[in-house]
Ligand binder design. Structure first.
Ligand code: AMP
Length: 591
């Protein structure tokens, strides 16, 4: 039987090979996509009946990019809806589509569906293997060990046409590829399927933690899809560790776990273990009383080599807390992908998350890059509000230091579809670009002529939360915002959940700091002119964002992919936030 190490060499060898000639591989990838889906309704509409097999790679690429338009999801949505309604003629792909994924974002107020095919699970398996191989170069792990994985499969449902819908991660965790991944990487998740697919964040997390401790000496690393989940999980642990220790001692399961299948599966795995329980209890008492839970992970999982999850982009705000729990263990930033397609792999797992970039995998999709400029300094470019755009370029023409929006043509039937992510080319891995994730495009806060992105918001919240931790014993646990135009003048509201005690004076200062921190010219001018009112900081009670996550994730199918929206207009979410507001502050920055 092949060892994991030999498997690692194989998969890295494959990736080095395709990266070396990434430009050529991209042309071949486009050809494969078009040959496989030749004659589907969408392509016929734009390409007519051309015979793609007869054309050389260059002609094909030119023809494709000149005839097929760049679209957003909204333009492909009518085709996807017809598939969802049960139409079986080949609309986007020749291979019948039987499963749809829910992607982040909406299309005209409806949830966004993306086709999911066997290609989706195969590429997932491939990137999992590749990523494990790169990680093991820097942080080798023991074969046959375990992963404490905070993963959650959401619920699946059927469309009127009988197709299965769920998040991409839900499909993956129930696929045979997920089992294969464990076998080929020779690392096994601590929790059984009944826990992963339990569907209740609190109960699943409790069992993940319990089993993680039950197998504590075997755990080689800690992981989740997005780092928000790890932070949430350990925050829950701080509150439940006594119950967990009692369960470990007696080989029992707390009555808080009410799901029968989950109870049965967990009880079948654990045995009374009083010595482990008392050891964990001792460590927890020390962590709680002397260390403020600093270094929780290495203290409780002494053989863990690193923590792995997506830590970039909208996960950056959780990094401080994650570092606190990891207490010096390396944080390995996981790969870059979307429901539409996997995009890039982290080939430098040793780098801190702030410096990570992702090497594009040229066989997974055909990638195009729309150059983006922040200033209107040239003519004959079209402007899309936040940026000025130039004509899209193929992978072979991307430039170092340039920002781009990604456009994908996938094996699953998306043709020249904008992803909405802004990335910067920060280097090359052999012949393939390395992308650093900047943020998701689109303005999130705008009332007047002001334009603030998620990144702008994140920056001001970061600054103010640093001020808070410098001046008080409190810290910001989570945040979101809302552009309130129901009052005149409109103003920004920022909601904070904080942990610890903070005097009103300190919070007033934070509120002012944030208001003054938005440097966008339109905002500054509007604030000075009082066409935008003073920013309001609303402090919500502890646990509010947990409630928001439960509510929203319940609707869109899984906490695994849940990311706190940094700005919201969602009435349900605003209701929860406003109902939980305990303090309000108005900025005096422009008085
Ligand atoms: P979804 O399709 O709902 O899973 O969301 C995909 C989106 O999550 C991407 O388009 C990115 O905006 C974000 N994302 C995925 N991977 C990363 C990453 N490694 N770093 C930052 N953001 C990411």
């Amino acid at each position: 039987m092949e060892t994991a190490e030999a498997g690692h060499d194989d998969v890295i060898g494959w990736f080095e090979h395709v990266s070396e000639k990434a430009c050529k591989v991209q042309s071949q990838t486009l050809r494969r996509i078009l040959e496989l889906n030749s004659g589907v309704e969408y392509l016929r509409k734009w390409l007519g009946t051309v015979d793609v097999e007869e054309m050389d790679d260059n002609t094909l690429e030119t023809l494709f990019t000149s005839l097929v338009p760049i679209v957003s999801h909204a333009e492909l949505d009518p085709y996807i809806q017809r598939i969802a309604d049960g139409e079986t003629s080949p609309l986007l792909t020749q291979e019948p589509i039987t499963v749809l994924s829910l992607s982040s974002g909406t299309t005209e107020g409806r949830q966004k569906y993306v086709p999911f095919t066997c290609h989706s699970s195969q590429t997932t398996l491939q990137i999992f293997r590749l990523s494990a191989a790169y990680r093991s170069r820097y942080y080798p792990i023991r074969e046959g060990g375990r992963i404490l994985e905070f993963i959650y499969a959401g619920k699946e449902f059927k469309t009127p046409g009988g197709l299965t819908v769920g998040t991409a991660t839900t499909h993956i965790y129930s696929s045979k590829e997920f089992k294969t991944k464990q076998e080929t990487t020779k690392s096994f998740t601590c929790s059984p399927q009944e826990v992963i697919s339990g569907g209740d964040f609190g109960q699943c997390t409790y069992c993940h933690l319990l089993l993680g401790l039950h197998f504590s000496n075997q755990v080689e690393f800690v992981a989740s899809a997005f780092s928000y989940t790890i932070v949430q999980a350990f925050s829950l642990f701080e509150e439940t560790w006594r119950d967990i220790c009692a369960d470990l001692k007696e080989g029992n399961l707390s009555s808080r776990i009410t799901l029968p299948k989950m109870r049965k599966a967990v009880l079948a795995l654990i045995r009374p273990n009083p010595s482990l329980a008392s050891h964990i209890e001792e460590v927890c008492i020390e962590l709680e009383t002397n260390l403020g839970w600093f270094g929780l992970i290495p203290k409780l999982w002494p053989n863990a080599k690193y923590v792995s999850s997506i830590m970039t982009g909208s996960m950056l705000p959780y990094l401080t807390k994650l570092r606190h729990y990891a207490g010096g263990l390396p944080l390995v930033s996981a790969d870059y992908g979307s429901t539409e397609s996997w995009i890039g792999v982290n080939v430098d797992p040793q780098l801190p998350p702030e410096d990570v970039s992702f090497a594009v995998i040229p066989t997974f999709s055909y990638f195009e890059f729309i150059p983006l400029y922040r200033q209107r300094n040239q003519q004959d470019m079209c402007s899309d509000g936040d940026f000025v755009e130039e004509k899209p370029v193929p992978l072979s023409q991307v430039k170092l230091g340039q920002e781009y929006e990604l456009v994908l043509t996938t094996f699953t039937g998306l043709y020249r579809c904008r992803l909405g992510d802004v990335v910067e080319v920060t280097g090359f891995h052999k012949g393939t670009p390395k992308l650093s994730f900047i943020y998701r495009r689109k303005l999130i806060l705008t009332i007047n002529i002001d334009k603030n992105t998620e990144k702008d918001l994140q920056r001001v919240v970061d600054k103010a939360s640093q001020l808070l931790s410098r001046t008080t014993q409190a810290e910001v646990v989570d945040f979101t915002s809302h552009a309130d135009v129901t009052v005149s003048p409109g103003r920004y509201i920022i909601y904070w959940e904080i942990r610890g005690e903070a005097e009103d004076k300190a919070l007033e200062d934070c509120c002012r700091e944030m208001d003054a921190g938005f440097l966008d010219h339109g905002y500054v001018v509007s604030r000075r002119m009082k066409s935008i009112g003073p920013l309001e900081l609303r402090v919500v009670e502890r646990g509010t964002f947990g409630k928001v996550a439960e509510r929203c994730a319940g609707k869109c199918g899984g906490l695994n992919q849940f990311k706190t929206p940094r700005c919201t207009t969602n009435a349900v979410m605003l209701d929860i936030l406003d109902g939980s507001t305990v303090k309000r502050f108005h900025s005096s920055a422009y008085d």
